[in-house]
Design a protein around this ligand. Structure first.
Ligand SMILES: [Zn+2]
Length: 587
């Protein structure tokens, strides 16, 4: 039989490289593996930490967002309030023959021309009809499917040995912030606006995840909840990013079946009302910059506006930031939702705690108010022993209505009672308000570490002269420096280990490697994406200089060891370039 040779796609290449070099692989391999759970090896764990560090640098260090950490296990009541118990469900079908279960909407997307958005909109009955019409059978065994059902995609557990104490693994990190809002607001010195973020594990019991790091049952999420006064929605950071261009796929175009990308500045998108909240637009601009820092060019990114039926139940407007990957096309890497006052309002209803904030007005506001006062000396004779009841009912009426009716008709009908002008006193009272109580609005950028990591890997992957290079941006590379003795004899290893210690003292993440020829060691370092290699040779023993090699250009420079710490700190903070690290050197 002729052998079919197909060039593997990047998804296959990255997953193979990731397994072999220790970035990530499927968990529980020795027991046959569990779909939707990744294990990160030494390089992957470090890469993930570095990407998360970049998020922190952006949001916590630069923007002053507060960071917190709350539990994964969450009492059921919290998700009743948040609406997850009612809404966090996906349609599922079961094969009658082999009993395998699948996401009904995903099957339709895979085997028909029905789009993701159309499939998501379908009711259970519509899904059933479409599966029948397109004669979709089980991809595993060809069996027929049963009735579609809804499946709650949260992991359920109990707290302690009490079967009634139902809890769930959080499917997002946001609720942990909302339920602690009162304390967080105090910590933020009771001032709006302010933001809180947390990065942590979240669980979604996906029905049949089959896309590697793109669709996981356990993953790391960063949810940032930014609280602001809906009457003061201006964003003081807008100036910094208003000219940043965003590539938008607008809902109005999607409704006409077009995924046309319109490119415009943040300022224009806000001016035209395409993005409703200033804060949301600003976070979208930061998310774009973050992806550029991960080497995803602007033209491989877009923001797609969710249609009403695609949006989460809490959202007024949502844009998904997507990056283009070879196998899966556009995949979501961050979501930008305007949650308004939904969550705090719901927790206020369900917990009975007042989640409102009080804000003093700059100037007290004078208001004129109409008041109806019953005159008991007149009500008594008129209504006898029902007079108290009438007075009570009057207190609940709308004073404007009473006044208007009396002015027009000469009386006011209060249930079965007829109120005459002499029964009441109509007063215009002046009141002064010093502040107001309200529930803050929230915009939420939400970013997935695992997807960002996959995207960063795919965009780092290059080939040069038959060699694979992971060309990570220097500040996220899992290992910063490789240090090598030219040969493993004549005192070179000892000198190299001394250098490694010096660099480790300076905080650099360094790997020592003396196995095989120097060429093979460089090749391995390129494949795992170490930005710089430092080689100790015989000359080093005389003059304390070393060769520094660039992963991407393979250029080399010669530098004194004593200059290295300062230069390297600058290099990894993007303050100097490779050529600034020493004098040009030809090996
Ligand atoms: Zn089957």
């Amino acid at each position: 039989m002729p052998q079919e040779t197909k060039t593997p796609d990047k998804f296959t290449i990255i997953n193979e490289l990731a397994r072999r070099r220790g970035f990530f692989w499927q968990s529980y391999e020795i027991y046959g593996g569990a779909a939707g759970f990744p294990t990160y090896g030494p390089l992957g764990a470090k890469l993930k930490q570095n990407i998360e560090r970049k998020l922190r640098e952006l949001f916590v260090t630069r923007l002053g967002i507060l960071e917190m950490e709350s539990p994964v296990v969450t009492p059921g009541r919290v998700f009743e309030a948040s609406g997850h118990i009612d809404h966090f469900k996906e349609p599922m079908v079961e094969c009658q023959k082999c009993k395998k279960r699948f996401r009904a909407d995903h099957l339709l997307e895979e085997f028909t021309k029905i789009s993701e958005s159309e499939a998501e909109k379908m009711s259970l009955n519509e899904l059933k009809a479409a599966i029948k019409k397109h004669e979709i059978r089980c991809p595993e065994c060809g069996g027929a499917f049963g009735e579609p059902k809804l499946f709650l995609t949260m992991f359920q557990t109990t707290i302690g040995p009490y079967s009634e104490a139902i809890a769930y693994g959080r499917p997002e990190a946001a609720q942990g912030i909302f339920v602690e809002f009162k304390r967080l607001y105090e910590i933020a010195r009771e001032k709006l606006p302010f933001g809180v973020l947390q990065t942590g594990h979240a669980l979604r019991n996906e029905i049949s995840p089959r896309q590697g790091l793109i669709r996981l049952r356990e993953f790391t999420i960063t949810d940032l909840e930014f609280f602001y006064d809906p009457e003061e929605p201006d964003c003081y950071l807008l100036k910094d990013v208003e000219n940043e261009k965003l590539r938008l796929v607008l809902a109005e175009n999607r409704l006409r079946n077009s995924e046309k990308i319109v490119e415009m500045t943040v300022k224009k998108a806000l001016g035209k009302g395409y993005i409703k909240a200033e804060w949301q637009a600003v976070f979208m601009a930061y998310a774009k910059k973050l992806l550029i820092d991960l080497n995803v060019p602007a033209e491989k990114q877009r923001f797609i506006e969710k249609l009403p039926w695609e949006r989460a139940h809490y959202s007024l407007q949502t844009f998904d930031q997507q990056a283009y990957v070879e196998r899966w096309g556009w995949v979501e890497v961050s979501g930008h939702a305007c949650r308004a006052d939904y969550d705090l309002k719901r927790h206020m209803e369900f917990s009975g705690e007042d989640m409102r904030v009080y804000k003093e007005c700059e100037k007290p506001i004078e208001k004129e108010q109409l008041k109806i006062n019953p005159i008991m000396s007149k009500l008594g004779p008129a209504f006898k022993n029902e007079a108290a009841n009438v007075a009570q009912m009057l207190s609940k009426t709308n004073p404007e209505e009473v006044e208007a009716s009396i002015r027009k008709k000469g009386f006011y009908k209060l249930g079965k009672y007829k109120i005459l002008p002499e029964h009441i006193e109509i007063k215009h009272e002046k009141t002064v308000e010093h502040g107001r109580r309200f529930i803050p609005y929230v915009v939420e950028p939400s970013l997935g570490s695992d997807r960002l990591l996959y995207v960063a890997l795919e965009y780092a992957y290059k080939r040069k002269k038959d060699r694979a290079i992971l060309s990570f941006p220097r500040d996220i590379a899992p290992l910063q420096l490789g240090v090598y003795p030219l040969v493993s004899k004549d005192g070179l290893p000892a000198k190299t280990l001394e250098l490694k210690e010096l660099l480790a003292d300076e905080g650099f993440v360094t790997e020592y490697d003396e196995a095989g020829s120097i060429g093979r060691r460089y090749a391995r370092a390129d494949e795992i994406g170490i930005p710089l290699g430092i080689t100790v040779d015989y000359e080093t023993l005389n003059d304390n200089t070393v060769t520094v090699r660039d992963r991407d250009s393979w250029k080399q420079v010669r530098s004194p060891i004593s200059d290295l710490p300062t230069l390297l700190h600058k290099y990894f903070r993007w303050k100097v370039n490779f050529d600034d690290l020493g004098k040009p050197f030809k090996s």
